[in-house]
Design a protein around this ligand. Structure first.
Ligand SMILES: *[C@@H]1O[C@H](CO)[C@@H](O)[C@H](O)[C@H]1NC(C)=O
Ligand SMILES: *[C@@H]1O[C@H](CO)[C@@H](O)[C@H](O)[C@H]1NC(C)=O
Ligand SMILES: *[C@@H]1O[C@H](CO)[C@@H](O)[C@H](O)[C@H]1NC(C)=O
Ligand SMILES: *[C@@H]1O[C@H](CO)[C@@H](O)[C@H](O)[C@H]1NC(C)=O
Ligand SMILES: *[C@@H]1O[C@H](CO)[C@@H](O)[C@H](O)[C@H]1NC(C)=O
Length: 183
């Protein structure tokens, strides 16, 4: 474990699994022992609607299509989350949650999602993501409102950005950057 050239307050460098580097540093004396954790993970989003999809529309208004741009459509997701963009890279956990198209014009979606860790270092811990964003934007940002296990009292934010998208099979690899403070 090498010393990190971030600043003199760096106390811990956790390596989760094989290659994902997670920085945990004290957030500062005023923050009462809070640590800051920053990591990037990758969601594998299969949304073709076939039975093995990891994202599916479950309900919407009668007489309307249940799609991403239709106000009132509710989706559920259970995406594999890995350390790298390759689906075969080390598993981190699952992205399990719901999201609803919540603007009448079909632009915004409200997300309520748990990142459920299953890797050795954080097994059983969760991060709770919640917020509303323009789903068409290249970078979507949501709040982190809480967490469990290693991430109790977490607060912060995440960004989601498509890393790759194969439209012929509706398969997106989405990078999720997590920045949180927690005890
Ligand atoms: C979604 O469904 C609505 C009708 O409910 C339709 O007007 C709209 O074009 C559809 N959007 C896409 C991207 O297919
Ligand atoms: C995570 O915890 C579950 C249940 O406690 C256990 O079955 C599983 O082997 C653990 N996974 C890892 C990677 O430690
Ligand atoms: C999309 O996926 C299909 C089926 O796996 C594959 O044949 C194709 O090469 C992929 N396209 C891109 C651009 O990766
Ligand atoms: C990003 O991925 C989502 C699927 O998760 C897809 O609906 C959207 O079209 C993709 N956006 C871009 C810009 O490729
Ligand atoms: C996410 O983190 C990676 C480094 O892991 C960085 O290259 C990328 O710019 C970050 N994305 C955003 C939206 O901040």
């Amino acid at each position: 474990m090498a010393a990190l050239p971030i600043n003199t307050k760096v106390v811990v460098l956790l390596i989760l699994g094989t290659s994902m580097v997670v920085f945990t540093i004290p957030a500062g004396k005023a923050d009462d022992g809070l640590k800051q954790t920053i990591m990037s993970v990758y969601f594998h989003d299969h949304s073709s609607g076939s039975p093995d999809s990891t994202v599916r529309a479950v309900v919407g208004f009668p007489g309307k299509l249940w799609n991403l741009t239709q106000f009132g459509t509710l989706f559920v997701s259970d995406d594999p989350v890995t350390e790298g963009p390759d689906p075969e890279s080390a598993p981190v956990g699952r992205g399990q949650g719901i999201f609803v198209t919540t603007s009448l014009d079909g632009v915004n979606t409200h997300v309520s999602l748990s990142i459920v860790f299953t890797n050795e270092a954080c097994n059983g811990s969760t991060i709770q993501v919640q917020g509303n964003s323009d789903q068409m934007k290249a970078v979507r940002e949501y709040g982190v409102v809480s967490g469990t296990g290693k991430f109790r009292y977490a607060s912060g934010y995440v960004t989601f950005e498509n890393f790759s998208f194969n439209s012929s099979i509706s398969y997106a690899v989405i990078r999720c950057n997590i920045s949180i403070r927690h005890y």
